[in-house]
Design a protein around this ligand. Structure first.
Ligand code: GDP
Length: 528
């Protein structure tokens, strides 16, 4: 492949994920995005919501046969001149640390807000994670076909709560039954909305110019209201600034309705035009640019097979630089071994045959029989390790107990392996023989008990425990650390990787401990 072709392949990639609170419309937007990407003939088949089952389609059969539903984990599709990778961020019961870690594998995020509700909890948490890399954020204000809150007020809330400047690109005209469409501030044109066409790509009527009398003819009094409101909006908000967007300081804002498939294409236009091409990543040795010819990548998620008949797992790798070709050799740096990868899974929607190559920015799935861990780096032979693929402090805790006390060794082994894989975190307090399991999402607890049973033959149950949060503790001065270990003994534990952890029964307790031990650093994330 000529060098220019190689660069073109990389520069046309856009890799993003959606951050939102449950029910804001992530699934609906994903369906419409795929419809525009022409990955699915007809939108509405990403998942059958009611049953929670994945809908049937040819390209899902392979995963179904394997018993792993990896299909919706990554979706790749063409849009305009770009090749877009959309990474799924599990959000409902399946919310987990994987959701957080997926955000370390993308180059930009789409934030979806239910305009009737405004900024919600989960979005706040996910935005905190995007701050670790100052990821550029595009905003979609959804559900304009409903009676929403005042758009200006919701935009102010985004600025205040999420600490990011808003630059409206489109502005809504009316709402609910009276939703007329949006005015594009940059292009000076109005795009009119027609209800009841959400399942198709619509031919939309566009009226050029804000002062065009056609606009008055089309939407009546709303035209004058819009002209007045826009003066206010433009005065009170920010102008779009590409540099500020790329630094994560400013977000372009689009309005629309995912259900009515209106506005999703405006957002996609913005994404392909403004979102970064595959970004460089940092290793312990040097920075790696996407356009380097030598292959490199890191594992950010491992998906286990819940079907006991199939033990294999898929490790999801973000390609950081170069190109994957079928059958190539890669070095798994942590264990210093060169492995030949002949059967990586790629995610070109609708085109399952195309598994021959993948480029920086893409995600590939490696079959994993237990030798791959979260955070593992793969290279073309260079010994370096990507940083910035952390563990996140769990928010939910339970004590785990054995039904058969003789199996304590297996339990410990199983839990430590599962924690290395990123399925859950485990903490062993200094002052007891307890094992505390910590997770970010509730489903992780169930997954762990089930896997302990099928993979380690251990029967375990949970008991409630009053723990509010955990923090990893470090200190440059070994003597201070030693004193801290004595003083805070009753709250300290080791995690699955033997790292010192403070287990706080309440948030107040944590604050007090931080005040009492100013020389100790309390971390919310920990590098693998
Ligand atoms: P998710 O939980 O974020 O994936 O949200 P879904 O896409 O499943 O949407 C949650 C609910 O909101 C579903 O009943 C959708 O049909 C509905 N919904 C999504 N987008 C819109 C919209 O633009 N307008 C209206 N009225 N409903 C919507």
């Amino acid at each position: 492949m000529a060098n220019q072709d190689f660069l073109n392949e990389i520069n046309k990639r856009r890799t993003f994920a959606i951050i939102s609170h449950p029910d804001a419309g992530k699934t609906t937007i994903t369906e419409k995005v795929l419809l525009f990407g022409q990955a699915l003939q007809k939108a509405g088949t990403v998942k059958g919501k009611k049953s929670g089952q994945h809908a049937k389609s040819d390209w899902m059969e392979m995963e179904k046969d394997r018993g792993i539903s990896i299909t919706t984990s990554v979706m790749q599709f063409p849009y305009r001149d770009c090749l877009v990778n959309l990474l799924d961020t599990p959000g409902h019961e399946d919310f987990s640390e994987d959701t957080y870690r997926t955000l370390t594998a993308v180059d930009s995020c789409l934030m979806v807000i239910d305009t009737a509700k405004g900024v919600e909890d989960r979005t706040i948490k996910l935005m905190e994670v995007t701050r670790l890399r100052d990821t550029p954020i595009i905003t979609f204000m959804n559900k304009m076909d409903r009676d929403t809150r005042d758009p200006m007020e919701v935009m102010d809330e985004v600025e205040e709560v999420l600490k990011i400047k808003c630059a409206p690109i489109t502005w809504p005209i009316g709402m609910g039954k009276e939703f007329k469409g949006v005015y594009n501030i940059l292009d000076d044109e109005t795009i009119l909305y027609q209800s009841g066409q959400g399942h198709t790509i619509q031919e939309k009527r566009v009226i050029k110019g804000l002062n065009n009398p056609e606009l008055d003819a089309a939407i009546g009094n709303y035209a004058d209201d819009l002209r007045e409101e826009l003066e206010l909006v433009v005065g009170a908000s920010h102008e779009f600034d590409h540099e500020a967007f790329l630094k994560g300081e400013l977000t372009p804002v689009f309005f629309g309705t995912a259900l009515g498939n209106f506005g999703v294409d405006h957002m996609l236009d913005g994404l392909t035009k403004w979102a970064p091409t595959p970004l460089p990543r940092t290793t312990d040795v040097r920075d790696v640019a996407a356009t380097e010819e030598k292959f490199s990548g890191f594992v950010f998620k491992i998906q286990a097979n819940m079907d006991p008949k199939h033990r294999d797992r898929i490790a999801f790798m973000r390609i950081v630089s170069g190109k994957y070709s079928k059958g190539m050799k890669m070095r798994q740096v942590r264990i210093g071994k060169d492995v030949k990868i002949a059967d990586a899974v790629t995610f070109m929607a609708g085109d399952r045959a195309n598994v021959e190559e993948a480029f920086a920015g893409d995600i590939i799935g490696l079959h994993n029989h237990g030798s791959i861990q979260i955070g593992d780096t793969f290279t073309a032979g260079e010994d370096m390790k990507f940083t910035g693929i952390p563990n996140f402090a769990p928010e939910l805790f339970r004590r785990i107990r054995l039904r058969d006390p003789l199996k304590a060794k297996q339990l410990q082994k199983g839990l430590i392996q599962l924690s290395e894989e990123g399925a859950v975190q485990v903490f062993r307090p200094f002052n007891s023989n307890d094992m505390i399991v910590g997770a970010v999402g509730v489903l992780q607890f169930e997954v762990v008990v089930q896997r302990l049973k099928t993979e380690y033959n251990v029967d375990a149950i949970y008991e409630p425990i009053s723990v509010a949060t955990a923090r990893w503790c470090t200190c440059d001065n070994p003597r201070t650390l030693e004193q801290f270990e004595k003083k805070a003994y009753d709250n300290l534990a080791l995690d699955g990787g033997d790292n010192l952890t403070y287990i706080a029964p309440t948030m107040v307790n944590l604050s007090l401990a931080q005040e009492r031990h100013p020389d100790i650093e309390f971390h919310r994330t920990r590098e693998h």
